[in-house]
Write a protein that binds this ligand. Structure first.
Ligand code: COA
Length: 377
């Protein structure tokens, strides 16, 4: 089988069947584990979302209790990983690189496995790795995970050392649910390629972190927050948008490769951010977020009349994560803390009906060379 048509970037190529998530880019719909993303994000805990992805159904109360306990039991990362992360923080290693080094170290003991125990360990250690690195980076000691807190609450607790309030936990939880899976994006594809060779899930997660790190994949919410801060200070959204577009730059947080309407995740996160800011956040800042979005969408329509450029997930990710207290430097690692659930579910799905992923390339190099010994070249 095979065609000679070159498809750079594999755009539109079908390479897997999945029960995990479905994207309709024309209609702006995202279904995760059978639920519209807004319904899942607003109601589930992150643990329920991961269980749903791993088992393709929601857990019963007792299954959920067990699953939570199993995740909690895997949260500790051990002294060796702490040492790696301390060194990374001292060396000013960027957060995603620290995660790429810390997560596999923290998974010692399950490094050859592809079973659910290994999957749970990988999901459980991600928040601890990120928070431990961040504490060192702040010149503070790590905060040990707390057994009585859920996945989202414990992450915030380990970052700050104080128990987060309900609104912040709900805000973060909504974010973690919303971005846990999104079709065959680049990092998820990476994870599936790795396990398709019958390698292990720790290697898959590590490679996926490396893929997510790239600015074309996971890097936009940081610059979005910079932009929102600038506009909040100047109070001149229209001027900012016009100047950006006139200089030929792209407006961060708008446009999407797949969605031709507003990204459904932007809607979920925008509602969550509104609820959060109204319950005691910086309402003034959030007013800027809203006003800027309206201005940007209108001016983008003028700028590119034939192409709908709407708000994407990164725009409200920035507003929401900033609101609930996740430091800007950790936006991409927090994305990884969520997406690792999707990566792991895709690994198990791939292994369930595995075929090594091995596309082809077209050779366009030289063919008629004659070998010359080194002295003759
Ligand atoms: N601001 C201004 N113009 C934009 C734009 C944006 N955010 N997004 C797309 N455009 C313009 C492009 O310049 C291009 O114009 P041209 O035809 O004159 O060259 C046209 O719209 C189509 O862009 P294209 O690059 O084909 O769209 P894409 O589907 O490949 O790009 C993104 C999708 C996400 C890469 C792109 O919209 C973008 O760079 N957005 C900003 C970064 C961002 O928010 N990333 C997070 C994505 S979740």
């Amino acid at each position: 089988m095979g065609t000679n048509e070159l498809n750079r970037g594999l755009e539109g190529v079908l390479v897997a069947e999945t029960q995990l998530s479905h994207i309709d880019g024309e209609r702006g719909e995202l279904v995760i584990g059978g639920f519209p993303v807004d319904e899942l994000a607003a109601n589930a805990t992150y643990e329920e979302t991961v269980f749903l992805l791993l088992h393709e159904r929601l857990p019963t109360a007792s299954e959920l209790g067990e699953f939570r306990a199993e995740l909690r039991a895997h949260r500790d990362i051990g002294a060796e990983t702490e040492a790696v992360l301390r060194r990374a923080a001292e060396e000013d290693t960027p957060p995603m690189d620290a995660l790429r080094m810390g997560a596999p170290t923290a998974s010692l003991g399950v490094e050859e496995a592809t079973d659910e125990e290994a999957v749970r360990r990988v999901v459980a250690v991600f928040p601890t790795v990120v928070a431990t690195y961040w504490r060192y980076r702040q010149g503070a000691e790590p905060v040990a995970p707390r057994d009585d807190l859920g996945h989202a609450a414990n992450y915030l607790y380990m970052l700050t050392g104080t128990e987060p309030d309900e609104a912040a936990v709900r805000g973060l939880e909504t974010y973690l649910n919303t971005v846990a899976d999104h079709g065959l994006n680049a990092s998820t594809f990476t994870a599936r390629v790795v396990v398709s060779t019958e390698s292990d899930v720790v290697s898959a997660a590590t490679a996926a972190v490396g893929t997510l790190k790239g600015p074309l994949h996971g890097g936009a919410p940081g610059p979005v927050l910079d932009m929102l801060r600038t506009v909040h200070e100047s109070g001149e959204p229209e001027q900012y948008v016009r100047e950006t577009l006139e200089s030929g730059e792209r407006l961060m947080g708008f446009g999407h490769r797949v969605y031709r309407v507003r990204d459904p995740r932007a809607a979920v996160l925008s509602d969550a951010a509104e609820r959060f800011y109204e319950r005691g956040g910086d309402v003034d800042f959030f007013d800027t977020v809203r006003e800027f979005e309206r201005t940007a969408v209108d001016l983008l329509a003028e700028h590119k009349p034939g192409r709908r450029l709407e708000t994407n997930v990164e725009y409200y990710t920035a507003a929401l994560l900033h609101g609930v207290g996740v430091p800007q430097e950790l936006f991409t690692t927090t994305f990884a803390v969520s997406r690792v659930g999707g990566w792991m579910a895709h690994c198990l799905e791939q292994l369930d009906d595995n075929r090594i992923i091995r596309p082809r390339s077209r050779y366009v190099g030289a063919t008629d060379r004659t070998w010359r010994s080194v002295d003759d070249r």
